[in-house]
Design a protein around this ligand. Structure first.
Ligand SMILES: [Zn+2]
Length: 121
């Protein structure tokens, strides 16, 4: 069983693999949001096309935020809806504005590099 998104970003369940393949060809459709939070640290949120809720209860989990690079590399967050995914994404980006992405030390406002590890933001 797979999922695609309708025009309002609602997940639609389907077992039509041809439809899913066709839909996935345009990778841009799967992107919710991508934010570069430091020179080589990125927060990326995508639609997964498959359900990661393996409990058999509750809503399908079809969105994922992943951090690439830095101290929190490959940390993952998953959601059921586009809006949850967008909020989750923004919350993580906000955390990176508070703390250094490389060593998690508190950031000093407007500093271009970390006072703790010296990494450039
Ligand atoms: Zn640092």
């Amino acid at each position: 069983m797979f999922y695609i998104l309708d025009k309002e970003h609602n997940p639609i369940k389907t077992d039509d693999i041809f439809l899913v393949n066709e839909w996935m060809e345009d990778f841009g459709k799967r992107f919710v949001k991508k934010t570069t939070v430091a020179s080589d640290v990125e927060v990326s949120t995508v639609f997964l096309c498959t359900d990661y809720n393996f409990s058999g209860e509750g809503k399908p989990i079809v969105f994922e935020t992943m951090i690439f690079g830095g101290e929190r590399d490959l940390e993952t967050f998953r959601y059921s809806t586009w809006d949850e995914a967008l909020n989750g994404h923004d919350k993580i980006v906000e955390e990176f504005k508070q703390r250094c992405p490389y060593c998690t030390a508190l950031r000093i406002k407007d500093n271009i590099c970390c006072t703790q590890c010296g990494s450039l933001f």
